[in-house]
Design a protein around this ligand. Structure first.
Ligand SMILES: NC(=O)c1ccc[n+]([C@@H]2O[C@H](COP(=O)([O-])OP(=O)(O)OC[C@H]3O[C@@H](n4cnc5c(N)ncnc54)[C@H](OP(=O)(O)O)[C@@H]3O)[C@@H](O)[C@H]2O)c1
Length: 303
């Protein structure tokens, strides 16, 4: 039997795929969930309740655990009301804070925390090519969230726990997340590029992201890594490729920015911001992507 892992956010898009891989690789998975109805208890897969915003956690979840994979966070794909914004931030910062205080208080034997982060830490730019060492984060909402989120990894380091932050790009999955939302309108003949269409979108195939987490886990890599495929594309290209694969024409003009502002409010940033992100650091560490280019990734997911 392999080692025991603790996964937070295990019931989400990335979490479900990651759990499947961990179990296939012989790990025992403990997971934390904020939803009591999602708790199951099997030999290799056991759920525990927590609520970071209320500082509640079932401490039994840590039994025998040396590595934590942290994916918890309330979805950013909701209208950014003040309450939603507070929850987007605190669900992430409080999750890491509660994991830390549990480890510190109970002198637990956790050795490595591998946490999701996001490319939303990089400012909107059509021309920059972002490496992990980039400094110069602005004060927009997404930047503030991701910066505070990554900041909560520092206390672990001070008690000798290794940390890794994976700055995840747009995760492409056949059933959940961004891709089905983009595919829907194109399939029904009203697909169009968003805004100017020339904003860079740094994507990653869900299978590669799962393998990337396993790679970091098994090679005990520390530090900050971009988790994006090596070939980001501009939004118009993504739209065109999907239309080509679905054999649909793209007849409508781009959806203008003001319409997206009306439809999405401040959250339009997700669709309109441009982040061209570099994958070299993780490749130099030895990680091999299965999906380097967008077209085969989309063909695999849409077929
Ligand atoms: N998907 C993407 O394109 C993408 C891109 C960049 C970064 N990321 C980051 O990667 C992580 C995983 O993404 P995902 O797409 O798998 O997200 P997801 O499908 O929304 O799942 C996130 C999980 O977090 C837990 N959660 C929700 N609200 C919470 C709260 N208030 N407190 C604690 N836990 C809460 C939920 O698990 P329970 O209901 O079991 O508690 C949920 O299943 C997220 O942190 C996300 O920000 C994702």
């Amino acid at each position: 039997m392999g080692h025991k892992l603790l996964i937070t956010g295990a019931t989400g898009l990335v979490g479900k795929a990651l759990v499947k891989q961990c179990l296939a690789d012989g790990y025992t998975v403990h997971y934390l969930t904020t939803c009591k109805s999602k708790i199951v208890s099997q030999v290799n897969y056991k759920g525990f309740y927590w609520n970071p915003q209320e500082n509640k956690i079932d401490i039994a979840c840590f039994e025998g655990v040396e590595v934590i994979l942290n994916l918890a966070g309330s979805s950013i794909a909701q209208r950014w009301t003040n309450a939603a914004k507070a929850s987007i931030l605190s669900s992430r910062t409080e999750a890491l804070a509660l994991l830390y205080s549990s480890i510190e208080t109970h002198k637990l034997s956790v050795k490595h925390v591998i946490s999701a982060s996001a490319i939303g830490i990089y400012p909107d730019s059509k021309t920059r090519y972002y490496e992990e060492k980039f400094q110069g984060i602005d004060s927009s909402f997404l930047r503030t969230v991701v910066k505070s989120w990554e900041g909560r990894l520092k206390p672990f380091q001070s008690i000798g726990v290794k940390t890794t932050a994976l700055r995840i790009g747009i995760v492409l999955d056949a059933h959940e997340g961004a891709l089905p939302k983009i595919i829907g309108p194109i399939k029904h003949y009203f697909g169009a590029a968003l805004g100017s269409g020339d904003q860079w979108q740094s994507w990653i195939h869900i299978d590669d992201l799962v393998h990337l987490f396993m790679f970091v886990l098994e090679s005990k890599l520390e530090g900050i890594y971009n988790a994006v495929a090596p070939n980001p594309v501009q939004q118009i290209e993504l739209t065109k490729l999907i239309a080509k694969i679905l054999q649909r024409p793209l007849v409508l003009p781009n959806i203008p920015e003001f319409a997206l502002r009306l439809m999405l409010g401040e959250m339009r940033a997700i669709a309109l911001e441009s982040q061209r992100v570099c994958a070299s650091k993780i490749q130099d560490a030895g990680f091999k992507f299965n999906y380097l280019e967008l077209e085969p990734a989309l063909e695999d997911l849409i077929a």
